[in-house]
Ligand binder design. Structure first.
Ligand SMILES: *Cc1c(COP(=O)(O)O)cnc(C)c1O
Length: 384
């Protein structure tokens, strides 16, 4: 029997950065004076309102620059989930009279995409094509393009998977969708990607990616929680799902969270500046833990692509045959190590992850899998 050290109650080793990251102290520092002193409503016409509006627009401009977008195409929301909902319901609402009611997505999307799409199918008669990934979670470009019909209104494919880190060829799919539109002389289908997991590590240039709609959340990039954005390319038909005072070009009513927007801009700038370094750093950590686990435990396997270019550098999803992931998770937590079984968002249900099922894992394999997701503050010493 292996003797384990006693749990250390005061230790926190945070290997759950794909669920959310801590806030960077520099982000907090930029937010504080705004929270304290820039309290007026950015829609107000007085001087203080103008001051708030200026902060908001400065942040929007900064963020747009990192996506190679125009500031006016960045719509602030309350997070990734809301942005996904706005993209899907908003486009559906605006195109309801086009008669196009077919949506292409994948079997491994986040629930913030899957559930709105399923809802449209159930309540509004949309038909859905759910693209199956291969055994590593990778999506084939041609399979997506072949699924397009004259009725296809939207294609929504996540940039990188939150559970197994598989990266989708968004730029290539985007380019092929453009080709389809040209050949068929149509603006349809529109293309949305949820880039929440990709933001720290992958190219966000909306022109190179050829996306019409793109979701980003500040909470995954060391920014504040409760703010996200939807990039909306000019001319894309979209209607708001939250109605009111008409803020955010009419697409998202409600007083903007100026301090959070300022923090979001700072977080994104920092993430883009250290991108290459973080790819190297987090991949090294993932590989280090994987090699250690392999050396010491025989009954383990990696879920998702091999460690390399087709996998997010910070993601390690491991099946420990014969173990129950919930028990293991709580056990690790006692030792101060925080990680996830599947995604944090589905941790309230005991079902096997839909992502692991889609890549051909059995219920048993699914329920023995743990996700470690690293970030810029993690070290090899923590893994040891
Ligand atoms: C985190 C995440 C979301 C949800 O973002 P929130 O800001 O938590 O609402 C959506 N999609 C993906 C892929 C994510 O990783």
């Amino acid at each position: 029997m292996v003797m384990l050290p006693k749990p250390k109650k005061n230790r926190t080793i945070y290997f759950d950065n794909a669920s959310t990251t801590c806030i960077d102290q520099k982000v907090l520092t930029t937010m504080k004076p705004v929270l304290q002193a820039v309290y007026a409503n950015p829609s107000s016409l007085h001087k203080e309102g103008k001051k708030a509006a200026a902060e908001l627009e400065k942040s929007r401009k900064e963020i747009a620059k990192h996506c190679n977008a125009l500031a006016e195409n960045i719509i602030f929301t309350a997070g990734g989930t809301e942005s996904d909902n706005l993209a899907i319901y908003g486009l559906a609402k605006a195109t309801i009279n086009s008669g196009k009611k077919h949506i292409i997505t994948t079997a491994i999307e986040h629930h913030a995409v899957l559930n709105p799409v399923e809802d449209l199918a159930k309540k509004q008669g949309y038909t859905i094509t759910s693209i199956e990934p291969n055994g590593s979670g990778l999506i084939d470009v041609e399979t997506v393009i072949k699924a397009i019909t004259p009725s296809t209104v939207l294609i929504s494919i996540g940039y990188a998977n939150n559970e197994i880190g598989s990266i989708a060829p968004i730029a290539e799919i985007g380019r092929k969708i453009l080709q389809y539109r040209k050949q068929n002389n149509t603006p349809y289908p529109y293309f949305h990607t949820a880039a929440c997991q990709a933001t720290n590590y992958l190219d966000l240039d909306v022109e190179k990616l050829h996306v019409d709609l793109m979701t980003i959340s500040a909470s995954k990039i060391y920014g504040p929680k409760g703010i996200g954005l939807l990039y909306v390319r000019r001319g894309v038909p979209i209607e708001p799902v939250i109605l009111g005072g008409g803020q955010e070009s009419g697409l998202r009513s409600g007083t903007e969270n100026v301090a959070a927007a300022v923090g979001f801009a700072k977080a994104l700038s920092m993430a883009r500046n250290i991108k290459e370094k973080e790819i190297k750093h987090t991949r090294e950590l993932a590989n280090y833990l994987w090699q250690k686990l392999k050396k010491n435990i025989s009954a383990i396997s990696l879920n998702g692509p091999e460690i390399g270019d087709q996998r997010l550098p910070n993601n390690l999803n491991v099946a420990f045959a014969g173990l129950e992931n919930e028990a293991l998770l709580l056990y690790l937590s006692e030792y101060g190590v925080m990680c996830s079984a599947g995604s944090a968002c589905s941790s309230r249900t005991l079902e096997t992850s839909h992502v692991l099922r889609a890549i051909g894992k059995s219920d048993e394999e699914g329920r023995s899998s743990i996700r470690f997701s690293f970030g810029k503050y993690n070290t090899k010493k923590e893994i040891d």
